[in-house]
Every structure is written in C-alpha cells, then in structure tokens.
Design a protein around this ligand. Structure first.
Ligand code: CA
Length: 499
C-alpha cells in the first residue's frame, strides 16, 4: 500500500491529519478520484498541493439500481483454511455460543423497570450459585405498544426481537416478561414452533415429543399482589433457566461455527486503508475457514452496489441485494432524506468528505470473497459464507440486527473512537490510527494504525484479528468492552408508524 510520489508537492494549505490533498491540478467540474472512483466533482479549479475538503466537491448522484452487473465477478481464489478451532457452547439446534448468558425477553417497554429490578437481585443473589453462567441480561427495548403493530413494516421489529431471544449465546433458554395488555402479546412475539431450540431440548430430555411452552411472567396476572410478587416470580423462573445454563460446557468446535458481524462507527479517512482492509482480510480468512460473516450498513455500501451485485454467487443473491437497496432508498425518500444523511461531523473532521468516500472505505470490510446470501433487517442467518445483512448504519441498530441474525462475535472498527459494546456478545474494537490506540489504550483491542505507520501489513493485522477472535470466542480473552461492562442499548429498527 506504499505510494511513491515521483513529484515533489508543495503544500498550499494546512492539511489536517487524515485529510486529502490534490496530487495534480484538478480543473473545475473534473472528477476527484479516490479508491480509483470519482468521490465527487471539483466545484472550482483545485491546484496540486491544495487541501481537498467537502466544500470543494459536488457529490455524484447515487447509481441507479438498473442495469447492474450480476454475479459476473471473477472468483477470487480462496483455498480452504483448515485446522482452526475455538471452545464454544454447542446448542441443541446446532448453533454455537461464545458466551453463556441468561437473557430475559420483554414484550414491551412498560416492564423494563420491574425486570431491571429483578435482574439486579438475580445478579447479586442467584448468579453466584451458577458460576458457569457469565451474565444475566434484560433485553430492554422501546417497542411493544403504542405502535401500528399490523403495519407491514412492523414485521421488522417483531422478528428482530424474536430472533435476538434465540441468539446462540442464550442457549435456547427463552423466558419472557410481559405486562398483559400490550399489543405485542407473547404468543405473537414467539409463536409455537418459533423457539424450536426449546422443543428439541425437551425431546432430548424426556424422550417424548413434549411441546415447548413459552415461559412467561405476566405482571398483570391476578396472582400478583404487590411489586415483590412480580420480582420474585421473575427470579423463580430465572433460577430454572440458570440451572440448565450452568450445566453447559465449552467444547472444541471448528472455526466454521463463528458467526461474525462486522461494522464500523466513528469512521475517519484512515478506516478505508487501515482497519477496514485488515477486517476484510480477516473476513476472507473466516470465509476460507467455513465461518459465517455478515457485513451491513446499507447507506455505507450503497455507492458500491455494482461491486456487490457483481460479487454475488448467483443472480438470486444479486437480486436480493438490489431489493434491499431499493427498499432502503424508498425508506429514506419517505423521510425526505437520502444516503448523504449518513455522514457525521466527526467523519468530516476525520477527512471523509462525503458518503461516497465513506462507502468506498466501508465496503472493504467485506473482503474479496463471493457474497453468498442476503438478509432483510431482523432475519436470522441460515447460511455459511459471506452475507450482506441489510441494516441501517446506526451503530446500535446495526449491532441489534446482527444479534438477531445470530452473531456470536462482533468486530467494530473506529477512527474517531467509540466505547461501543454489547451485553450479549463480545465486541472486538479495532482502531484505525495509532494515536487513537495509544490514547484509548484500555478501550481498543487491536491497533490497525500500525499499517499506516509502516510497522505492520494489512495481512499481519488481519491474522492478529483472526487469532484474537478465536481467543475471545473461547473465553480465554475478554475484550475491553467486556472488561468494563460497556453495554449499549438494544435499539430495534422500526420503520413502521407509532400511534
Ligand atoms: Ca455503524
């Protein structure tokens, strides 16, 4: 990635770290190229050596979704990667957890305070008796009532919440706290048959074809007299699940059982040539090892749609990508916005002029493997290989949707710096710059700034990340976000109206 400049440039402006300078004279209206594509058109003549910032660029229109190249890319040669494994918790449905956590699902925000009270007591009074259980997590969210629950797009938040409660790290131990009068009734959230994990366990345990019954604590139930009755009811049910979770043991499983969600947040101009390419290299390693990797963030890949459709394994996969992009274009348009609403003040201070430049740096997290599946927001991943999981780029919403897809390990790159973390899965954070890695030495897990410093290659950092993933997945290492218990909220994506 070294560039030898055969000319001597005299800087005409003070150029902040991470920002661009013109290598040649760029006449007005000429394309300004980065990553080999026009990230904008010059609004005026730009002399060689000038600082090129957003105010000098006119952003290109988004490419239309017609006439895209479909599944025609020459396949990268990716030989299988064998012999890598980690220590995970094998579930009855075949999925594998990297942590052993009791999750308490909630149908509605109304029960959040009571559930949180109960969870604090579970942690202090019950959890010490179940040392194999890592944590107890209340799946708090803002949905469940006061929403147009029969609107077509309500399917998104509902299936998201359902699939999160089935995340591999929760071991199939689904328990629900409900208020009673809410629109999202427990049977609608988790209809019979949707939690097959429990069905399977019951069958295995009893030898009979026992129907799983949903374990629900309903606060409005007549049986409850007073607050403590509700709290104790939640604790009593939790104890049954904790007993079963405590019996789980880690076992050696192949690296192909990793389900990795990658995303970036607080990006800067280094994201696209240090951290994200290293993650992309690691993505290829994971795909070669037979694992599942999801990349997401629709507005951050929208400008690279032709690269994605061409990398699809089949025309159906390419069509599914186009369908998700079209849905998102319409969603943004309905709100009077477009993809340019994505960039933040921090992105721009960090040298990213617009969403086109940001997208070109973001998309490289997907590496070079063929894209073999596509998920709509909130759907559960069923395939191995590289998946485009369509989600908003919002860090918490993307993370929440990747959790629903079944992610058991999360990789997050950042240039500006974010202390992001999730309660349900370990989050490995990768810094794009050594300066950030030094200042946030107890928040960043990997420093990809070494690539810019010249002390490591993209391949070196990619391998470092891959090995760290196996250690973190096995519980041998904790991420900094786990160390400090930094947990961002679950934020459901609700494109449907509220009432
Ligand atoms: Ca993000």
């Amino acid at each position: 990635m070294k560039t030898d400049l055969d000319c001597v440039l005299r800087l005409r402006d003070r150029v902040p770290q991470g920002h661009k300078l013109a290598l040649v004279d760029i006449p007005a209206d000429a394309p300004v190229l980065r990553y080999g594509i026009p990230i904008g058109y010059a609004r005026q003549d730009i002399a060689a050596g000038s600082w090129v910032h957003e105010r000098l660029l006119r952003m290109p229109e988004a490419r239309g979704l017609e006439g895209l190249p479909i599944a025609n890319a020459k396949r990268a040669s990716l030989p299988p990667l064998e012999g890598y494994s980690f220590e995970g918790y094998r579930n009855a449905d075949g999925s594998v957890g990297t942590r052993n956590i009791l999750a308490i699902t909630q149908t509605v925000q109304c029960v959040a305070g009571v559930t949180d009270f109960a969870v604090q007591r579970i942690k202090s009074e019950l959890l010490p008796r179940f040392p194999n259980v890592n944590d107890v997590v209340a799946l708090e969210h803002a949905y469940g009532c006061g929403v147009a629950i029969d609107a077509p797009d309500a399917a998104v938040p509902i299936r998201t919440l359902r699939n999160i409660s089935l995340n591999p790290n929760f071991g199939g131990e689904v328990m629900v706290v409900s208020l009673g009068c809410e629109k999202l009734q427990p049977e609608r959230l988790l209809p019979p048959g949707s939690f097959a994990i429990v069905d399977e366990r019951n069958k295995a345990g009893s030898g009979a074809s026992a129907e799983a019954t949903l374990d629900v604590v309903c606060l409005q139930d007549d049986a409850h007299v007073g607050f403590m009755s509700m709290v104790e009811s939640i604790m009593r049910q939790a104890e049954l699940h904790l007993k079963r979770l405590n019996a789980r043991q880690r076992e050696t499983v192949p690296a192909s059982e990793l389900v990795v969600g990658v995303q970036c947040g607080g990006s800067d101009a280094f994201s696209g040539f240090t951290a994200n390419p290293a993650v992309g290299f690691c993505t290829d390693l994971l795909v070669r090892a037979g694992a599942s990797v999801m990349f997401s963030e629709v507005t951050e890949v929208r400008d690279g749609i032709d690269q994605l459709t061409s990398r699809a394994t089949t025309p159906e996969v390419a069509e599914a990508m186009i369908r998700e992009m079209a849905w998102y274009d319409a969603y943004l348009q309905r709100g009077g916005a477009d993809r340019s609403a994505n960039t933040t003040p921090g992105n721009k201070s960090g040298g990213l002029s617009n969403i086109v430049e940001k997208a070109m740096g973001s998309i490289v997290k997907s590496g070079s493997a063929p894209i073999s599946s596509v998920l709509a927001p909130g759907e559960k991943l069923k395939a191995k290989g590289l998946c485009f999981a369509a989600t908003p780029a919002s860090d918490f919403i993307c993370g929440t949707l990747q959790l629903a897809a079944g992610m058991n390990l999360h990789v997050f790159t950042t240039g500006r710096g974010t202390p992001y973390g999730l309660a349900a899965v370990p989050v490995i954070k990768v810094a794009t710059r050594s300066d950030l890695a030094r200042r946030w030495h107890d928040l960043m897990d990997v420093n990809a700034g070494t690539i810019a410093d010249g002390s490591a290659s993209i391949e070196d950092v990619g391998w470092e990340l891959f090995r760290l993933m196996l250690d973190v997945a096995s519980g041998r290492k904790k991420t900094w976000a786990e160390q400090w218990k930094l947990h961002n909220a679950l934020v459901l994506f609700n494109p449907a109206p509220v009432t």
